[in-house]
Design a protein around this ligand. Structure first.
Ligand code: TYD
Length: 211
C-alpha cells in the first residue's frame, strides 16, 4: 500500500502448537526496544464481531461446511481490516497479527481441501493488494506440535483434528513459504526456545533495517 506512512503489518503463522503465541510477546518486546508501540491483534477475531465469529468457528460443537468455514474466516478478516488493520497502518502504526490470510490457505486450503482458486478470489475481494510486510512462519513437525497442544488447556474445533489434517496444513504453509520467500520467513520452531528467539530477533532486525 503506497498511501501508508511508516506502519508495517507483521503476521505470525504455524500449525497449532508451533509456539507462535509465545514468540509474539518477544516480537512486541523487540519492537518496543526499537521505539515502536505495536497494535497486537489476532485472527479469527480482533474486533468485537470477529471475536463472536471466532467463538463459533472454534467451538467444538459447531458443525459447518468447509466453504462456510472459509467464508466466515474471510468475513472476520474483512471486519478486522476495516476496524483495526487499515486504520492503524494509515496512522503509521505497526500491527502484529497472530495469524492472517496465509492461515486460510493452510487450514481451509491444505487442511479442508478447498481450491486455491476459491481462496484467491476471497483474498482478492477481502484484501485487494494488501499483503503483510513480513510473515514469520513457525515450522514444527506435526508430532511435536500435537504433543505441545496435548499438554495445554481445552482443545478447540481445529486442535481436535487428526495428524493427517495437520500434515496437510503444514505442507500448505511450506508451499506458501516457498512461493513467497521475500515475505514469509520460515523459522524452525523445533529448536530450543532461546534459539527460536535469536532467529526471530534476526528477522525482526532485518525488517527494521529495511525501514
Ligand atoms: P489459534 O490462533 O491457534 O489460537 P489459540 O492459540 O488460542 O488456539 O486458533 C485459531 C484457529 O483458527 C487455529 O486452529 C487455526 C484456525 N484458522 C483457520 O483455520 N483459518 C484462518 O484463516 C485463521 C485465521 C485461523
Amino acid at each position: 500500500m503506497n498511501n501508508r506512512m511508516t506502519g508495517k503489518l507483521i503476521t505470525l503463522e504455524g500449525i497449532d502448537g508451533a509456539g507462535k503465541s509465545t514468540q509474539l510477546n518477544w516480537i512486541v518486546t523487540l519492537l518496543q526496544r526499537a521505539g515502536i508501540q505495536a497494535v497486537v491483534t489476532r485472527e479469527p477475531g480482533g474486533t468485537p464481531f470477529g471475536e463472536q465469529l471466532r467463538t463459533l468457528l472454534l467451538d467444538q460443537s459447531s458443525v459447518m461446511h468447509a466453504e462456510t468455514e472459509a467464508l466466515l474466516m474471510f468475513a472476520a478478516r474483512r471486519e478486522h481490516l476495516d476496524k483495526v488493520i487499515l486504520p492503524s497502518l494509515a496512522q503509521g502504526q505497526w500491527v502484529v497479527s497472530d495469524r492472517f490470510s496465509d492461515a486460510s490457505y493452510a487450514y481451509q486450503g491444505g487442511g479442508r481441501g478447498l481450491s486455491q482458486h476459491k481462496l484467491n478470489v476471497l483474498e482478492e475481494w477481502t484484501l485487494g493488494t494488501l499483503q503483510p510486510d513480513l510473515t514469520l512462519y513457525f515450522d514444527v513437525p506435526v508430532a511435536l506440535a500435537q504433543q505441545r497442544v496435548g499438554q495445554g488447556r481445552n482443545i478447540d474445533r481445529f486442535e481436535k483434528e487428526q495428524s493427517d489434517f495437520f500434515q496437510r496444513v503444514r505442507t500448505a504453509y511450506l508451499e506458501r513459504a516457498q512461493a513467497f520467500p521475500q515475505r514469509i520467513k520460515r523459522i524452525d520452531g523445533s529448536q530450543s526456545m532461546v534459539e527460536v528467539r535469536i532467529e526471530v530477533e534476526r528477522v525482526i532486525r532485518g525488517l527494521l533495517q529495511d525501514g
